[in-house]
Design a protein. Sequence first.
Length: 332
Amino acid sequence: MTYDKTESLIREAVTEQAARAVDGGAVVRALRRERPRRSMTLVFAAVAVVVAAVSAVAIPQLVRRDQAPPAAPGVVVGERTILVLGRDEMSYADTIMLTRLAGERATAISVPRDTLVDIPGFGLGRVNSAFFRAREAALATGASQAEADKAGAELTMTVLGALTGMRIDDYLVIDMAAIGQAADAVGGVEVCLRSATRDPFSQADFREGRHLLTGQAALAFVRQRHGLPNGDLDRIRRQQVFLSGLIARVTPANAAGVLAAVGDHVVTDADLLGLAESLARTQGGIRVTSIPVGEMVNSSHGAEFEVSPETVRPFVETAMAGQAPAAPDCVD
């Protein structure tokens, strides 16, 4: 695991905080004192966990002390698009989301990992392999782990920019194995299942109804795809529901603990404090959807979803303009 000053800054900011007495000013001062361009290693939905946690601790105090005048009607403030990658143990991207923060709107669009795309320098392949391929190629030339992660994220940004027509400003790379830590830090994430499901591969075993997920159960929930009616597409929907539920559970009382839990699990080129300020302006939570895909086909690369940029681009434009739906209450 690569170490830099970000971990010590976050821990310095939260060490003196009791569970019910968080000093938001300390977190803000620590983050503003020095913000390295890269963080440490990785975690799921960092745009939700880290940004929401910083918002819960810091932003309310900032607004009370120095509140900026409201924007004129129709003006979009601080619009940015962030690529969120949740990588597995082999550095393949199991979770791929484009998250747009635009004024009072926050939208997350998922891209199925098995989407067939053109990967510059490598040819056709699954979109989840772009990060892995660029990362391994960089390591082969003697690049550091941080440089290799950056190469993987930037190639994925290029691929998705070509597919969606969007400009992608920043990336957050996440360790899927740290999901349980994030759920534990907020006291669990509530989800609802329409029917009982079981998957020995992900170790998922859930009854019908509502669950408060922590630890390994949270990880199993977001990783399950076997035993679901629509396989990986249903897994994407679960990840979206988990993301929404996670954000809803971050509060001023637990935000310091969330930061401590995820501080050494994020690789990013983003200004986290800036993202926190953008998220603090949003209303109504994050809206979620997925790009339209065709039928799954078998090719020399395996089973993949065929997609058309001519179909994906107008869909993404409409969704990012505020037309994406809210996360469903219950999932399969």
